[in-house]
Design a protein around this ligand. Structure first.
Ligand SMILES: Cc1cc2nc3c(=O)[nH]c(=O)nc-3n(C[C@H](O)[C@H](O)[C@H](O)COP(=O)(O)OP(=O)(O)OC[C@H]3O[C@@H](n4cnc5c(N)ncnc54)[C@H](O)[C@@H]3O)c2cc1C
Length: 471
């Protein structure tokens, strides 16, 4: 299924009356109908090439406004799409003809410093949350990019720069406030609606709109982190994967084997050449950092020295800054898990990256283990705890049509790298169709999710996601 068809409503919804919508919301949300100023800006998403045109976009100011919008959509027979940080890799935040509930009016965060917990609005970004928590020397693990919404990353799982030390985002989720398909507001945690609480931890946006999340916070102040850029050879790529796997769990590493972008901090002679970028975060005692990072520096030395060594001591939240401007990226990709990456596999990967002419092509390798693997597969709806590496193959192009031309290459390489590993990570999936959903939620995870779906959203109102069918 293509990104464009993935979240398209399955039958033509009745036309939506903006007048009736405004009357129903009665000021509880800003409304952007297609003829309104602000509609085009409001429908902008992170990824370029996604052109979904919702019937209207509403931006509620609070939970009650979200509930009103859900009830209106239900009564009007209009599908719902949910937009939080707008970073869905296939533009899930909007769907053609749907009512988009844009959560950016729910961006608050309330940190309980003594209790080591925080309540955060369903529309806050990982960066804003981490900056606010970081002011108290505290953090919840999210991903590697501050612009990503806490909403999407949490519901899909959350694998980031604190993954090996503190686990996935869902491992820090303590509770949530959820507007269900019939517009009811539920408090959900281990005691209240435990089936729904289990499903929210990895099952995506299938079960309702989460208006507030309650997270545990851990003490994380200064870390050693940043990027190192190395020449890419089979030995350097496989050596970094091995070093990341063998490292103490306080070290998390995300590798990008890619064509070097023409950025000023990268020496010009490397622009366009295949390099390996290691995005590192050491969150243990600072006086143990050098020893922990020594194997990484040894790999760099063996490869002829680092092209760029951007490792610094500083606040964890600073590592999440940056990222591409909205609408700037048109890419195709395919996610996979694998047991590891030896030198022959790395050699194959490098050969493939040299073999295509996409303006940028990359293989991302997130080395897992550590705290990610401490949790049982059935404890949450993310059932891939034993995977050693989470990967993603991507090709970037100027237009969606050009990018689509690289799809066979992307798929073939991902299939080769996954070996015998099965499954996909829902947050990196490029479509939400049945095959992807089954791969993201294998075996009994699927059965349990479908049962929760039947209870809380039997009509599949929330289907703009990696979709769990109630039937
Ligand atoms: C540049 C970039 C970097 C990334 N880095 C990482 C990373 O390091 N680790 C990682 O795990 N993932 C990462 N991702 C993937 C990211 O986690 C997913 O794309 C996620 O869905 C984005 O969430 P969002 O809220 O920004 O997106 P949106 O497009 O706003 O939302 C995506 C979908 O999530 C659901 N959703 C979001 N919020 C809510 C809510 N409050 N209630 C109900 N449903 C909701 C809806 O189905 C919605 O359509 C990255 C993506 C990008 C583009």
């Amino acid at each position: 299924m293509s990104p464009q068809t993935a979240s398209t409503p399955r039958s033509d919804p009745p036309a939506l009356s903006a007048e009736r919508l405004r009357a129903a919301l009665d000021g509880a949300a800003s409304v952007f109908a297609p003829d309104d100023d602000g509609y085009e800006t409001a429908r902008t998403l992170e990824h370029g090439g996604v052109e979904h045109r919702p019937a209207a976009i509403v931006r509620p100011a609070d939970t009650a406004g979200v509930a009103r919008a859900v009830r209106f959509a239900r009564d009007a027979g209009t599908p719902v799409s949910v937009r939080s940080g707008g970073h869905s890799v296939f533009g899930l935040g909007h769907a053609d003809g749907a009512l988009t509930i844009d959560l950016r009016g729910l961006e608050g965060i309330d940190v309980d410093v003594d209790g080591r917990t925080a309540w955060a609005g369903g529309g806050i970004t990982a960066g804003a949350y981490s900056t606010a928590a970081g002011a108290h020397g505290l953090a919840t693990p999210f991903g590697d990019t501050g612009g990503v919404g806490v909403g999407g990353i949490t519901l899909g799982g959350g694998v980031g720069l604190l993954a090996r030390s503190r686990g996935m985002t869902i491992d820090s989720l303590l509770g949530a406030e959820v507007v269900t398909a019939d517009g009811e507001v539920l408090r959900v945690d281990a005691e209240q609606h435990p089936d729904l609480f289990w499903a929210l931890r990895g099952g995506g946006g299938n079960f309702g709109v989460v208006t507030r999340f309650r997270f545990a916070l851990g003490e994380v102040s200064d870390v050693v982190g940043g990027v190192m850029l190395l020449p890419a050879t089979p030995a350097s790529v496989a050596g970094l994967v091995a070093a990341a796997d063998a490292a103490p769990r306080e070290l998390t590493m995300i590798l990008m084997v890619m064509t070097a972008p023409p950025m000023p901090m990268i020496p010009a002679e490397w622009h366009g050449r295949v390099v390996v970028m290691a995005n590192l975060c050491w969150s243990g005692d600072l006086d143990r950092a050098d020893a922990a990072l020594a194997p990484v520096r040894n790999v760099a030395a063996a490869a002829g020295g680092a092209i760029l060594d951007g490792l610094r001591t500083g606040p964890y939240a600073a590592l999440l800054e940056g990222g591409p401007p909205a609408g700037s990226t048109v890419a195709v990709g395919r996610t996979f898990f694998t047991d590891g990456l030896d030198e022959p596999a790395a050699a194959h990967l490098l050969g493939e990256l040299e073999s295509v002419d996409a303006m940028m092509r990359a293989v991302q390798l997130r080395v897992l283990g550590g705290a990610v693997a401490d949790v049982a597969d059935d404890a949450t709806a993310y059932a891939h705890r034993g995977a050693a590496v989470l990967g993603n193959v991507a090709a970037v192009a100027p237009t969606a049509a050009a990018a689509a031309g690289y799809t066979p290459w992307v798929e073939t390489l991902a299939d080769r790298l996954r070996g015998t590993s099965e499954g996909v990570y829902a947050n990196f999936a490029l479509d939400g169709g049945p095959a992807t959903a089954r791969a993201a939620y294998p075996g009994t995870t699927w059965d349990r999710l479908a049962a929760v779906k039947r209870t809380y959203d039997p009509a599949n109102v929330f289907r703009g996601n990696v979709n769990v069918l109630p039937g």
